[in-house]
Design a protein around this ligand. Structure first.
Ligand SMILES: [Zn+2]
Length: 179
């Protein structure tokens, strides 16, 4: 058993994050995407956020990017070395690159990019690949609690919300038009 203060497991952090992200399901702008940053050493939470692309009218307002941005602002520094990020979905290349620039120790994700791609347009570069090709060391682990994270995507509120997303997969025919 671990000595001293209780250190939550990766599973527990991911469950906390899913509960937090699920809170958006009862709002006007539900999102299945949430991220949480905790201390790698003792698991103490630093910051969490959900996707706010629609709310902020900002295509870069992904959950992971917003969480890193707010965490750095809180600490008044640009390095999150010593911290671990959990995400309900595998970070896109933009968010994974940002996690590397932020010097995060680890990134742990739930659903995969392929999972999200059933509902939203995605850029098909695995987060582990982005990390592997960078100079910054960052462990990328997942999928973790994939089914639980997927339930955020399949929830009726999310499915309804997707209809308004510019990145949602509307119909197969609209996608088929891409040359
Ligand atoms: Zn992203």
């Amino acid at each position: 058993m671990m000595q001293g203060m209780t250190h939550k497991s990766d599973d527990e952090h991911m469950r906390d994050l899913c509960r937090f992200t699920a809170r958006t399901l009862n709002t006007k702008q539900p999102s299945p995407f949430g991220a949480l940053i905790v201390s790698t050493r003792n698991g103490k939470p630093l910051m969490r956020a959900t996707n706010a692309v629609m709310r902020e009218h900002d295509p870069s307002s992904h959950a992971e990017l917003r969480t890193v941005r707010r965490a750095c602002k809180r600490l008044k520094r640009t390095s999150l070395a010593g911290f671990t990020m959990y995400s309900t979905c595998e970070p896109c290349p933009m968010c994974m690159a940002n996690a590397l620039w932020a010097r995060l120790d680890r990134v742990i994700y739930g659903a995969t990019i392929a999972d999200a791609n059933r509902y939203c347009l995605q850029i098909q570069i695995p987060a582990a690949e982005v990390s592997r090709r960078s100079d910054m060391p960052c462990g990328v682990e997942g999928p973790l609690l994939r089914e639980l994270c997927l339930s955020l995507f399949t929830h009726p509120s999310t499915q309804k919300a997707f209809l308004a997303w510019s990145t949602a997969k509307k119909t197969k025919t609209s996608l088929a038009r891409k040359p």
